[in-house]
Design a protein around this ligand. Structure first.
Ligand SMILES: [Zn+2]
Length: 463
């Protein structure tokens, strides 16, 4: 804990020295091409990532900042070096570029050979070596052999009104903050492995020793690859969207009826949220079982892929509820982005709320609202504001998920169900494939409420 605090101060000092002030007009579009060799048995992956960064702002820049989020899963808390090591950075012509790593491999600053002027595109090439650890939270390989590699690639940091996002990661929450980007991904795996990615599968070429997979990932807020020898593949159609399931029957709790339950739930949620908040933005949604660690599993959302925890207890709506929550993140996180460090409630509180609506629509009588209301009113959090940064909530789960959910529920009860959901739909459309803040939500609510909701906003929201 102490070490993390020292790092925060160092990074803050570096950010100040680097002149991150937000006064410059910088904006970017990004496109990435990744070519990788994954060896799950040898616990390694090497890849080359080509980044094309176009300056769409009005000012030039001499530096670009990147996040390598895979290193937060293990690196921030356990090891000095992260699990993904950047071994070289060059420009498109192969000339080495200067770079610095910080935050234990989560943050990289690259110095460009010449300033990048408005309208120009910089080409950078990163060579990286990945060591795949035992499953730690969401990253690594499980005892059953499920490989999950979220955030293994570099992503340009967001440049917003605060300048480059070099904020130190918080211990609570998912920690990401990114724009959407396009990725072309090629991965070779030893024959016998089944691979999936949060994109559209474009080609699979089977050789004697290796199988090569190619993916096109458009407008994705992150990148994740999963692999396993034993995946059972399932498929559903939800309107125009293809739902592809990859499930490892060797993982405890993953049963054939369970797979079908999760696939049906994901397809149902896609239809429900699509109608409520705008159509799902991709052709494919990939669903997989959450890899099971020695004593934990984490359901998780990525842009176009969700992992769902198969609890072995026979609660009526257990798996469905996890599926609904994670699919809801396709709207609140993936389509409408937010800073998961500064305002995690904008995706977690919303996914909790939307997941409960979906649960009701699916016919569950599980008392979800009542359970969240009790947590939201608990002594430790009863005065907690939902829009605080992740680490400032006395109890993260109750403050972010439950109070966030109850804030939206109370607004819905005051404004009326249909008018409030119409406000949320408008909020989604206004920030579709962009980034939203609590201020954006408050403005949308005030504009559309038709009644005075000041008391509810003041009860839950600080700004
Ligand atoms: Zn969530």
């Amino acid at each position: 804990m102490k070490r993390v605090t020292l790092f925060c101060m160092l990074i803050l000092a570096l950010a100040t020295l680097a002149g991150c002030g937000g006064e410059r007009d910088l904006a970017f579009s990004e496109r990435y091409t990744i070519d990788a060799d994954l060896d799950p048995d040898g616990r390694t992956m090497t890849y080359t990532q080509r980044a094309e960064i176009t300056n769409t702002g009005a000012d030039e820049t001499k530096e670009l900042w990147f996040h390598l989020y895979a290193n937060m899963y293990k690196g921030l808390f356990h090891t000095e070096d992260g699990d993904v090591l950047v071994t070289s950075v060059t420009d498109g012509a192969g000339t080495p570029l200067g770079y610095e790593r910080s935050q234990e491999g989560v943050l990289y600053r690259v110095e460009l050979a010449a300033p990048l002027a408005p309208g120009e595109t910089a080409e950078l090439v990163f060579d990286c070596a990945v060591t795949i650890p035992d499953l730690e939270r969401k990253y690594g390989v499980s005892p059953a052999g499920d490989v999950q590699l979220p955030g293994f690639g570099l992503q340009l940091a967001v440049y917003d009104e605060n300048g480059w996002d070099t904020d130190p990661l918080q211990e609570e929450g998912d920690g990401r903050y990114a724009r959407t980007a396009d990725y072309d991904v090629t991965v070779r795996v030893p024959a016998g492995y089944v691979l999936a990615c949060n994109g559209d599968e474009m080609a699979v070429s089977e050789g004697e020793e290796k199988t090569q997979y190619r993916y096109s990932c458009r407008d994705r807020r992150d990148l994740v690859v999963i692999a396993c020898r034993n995946y059972v593949r399932k498929e559903r159609q939800a309107g125009d969207v293809r739902v592809l399931g990859y499930f490892d029957p060797n993982t405890a709790g993953v049963t054939e009826p369970g797979m079908d339950q999760v696939m049906d739930a994901a397809a149902f949620a896609l239809g429900y949220f699509g109608e409520r908040f705008g159509p799902y933005p991709h052709d494919t949604l990939v669903v997989t079982n959450a890899a099971l660690g020695t004593n934990f599993a984490v359901s998780m959302e990525y842009s176009g892929l969700v992992t769902v925890y198969f609890d072995s207890e026979s609660t009526d709506f257990g798996k469905e509820m996890y599926a609904f929550h994670e699919v809801a993140h396709q709207w609140f996180y993936a389509a409408v982005g937010n800073d998961e460090n500064r305002e995690p409630w904008l995706d977690e509180g919303f996914a909790q709320f939307a997941g409960y609506l979906c649960l009701e629509a699916a016919g569950s009588d599980w008392p979800a609202w009542e359970i969240s209301a009790v947590a939201a009113g608990a002594e430790q959090v009863k005065d907690d504001k939902v829009d605080l940064p992740a680490d400032e909530h006395p109890v993260y789960q109750w403050g972010v998920y439950d109070r966030g959910c109850m804030c939206l529920k109370e607004l819905m009860d005051a404004i009326g169900r249909e008018p409030f959901l119409a406000i949320l739909k408008e909020y989604c459309q206004a920030h579709w494939m962009g980034v939203a803040t609590t201020g954006d939500l408050v403005a949308a609510v005030k504009a559309g409420a038709g009644t005075d909701v000041t008391e509810i906003l003041e009860k839950y929201i600080q700004n």
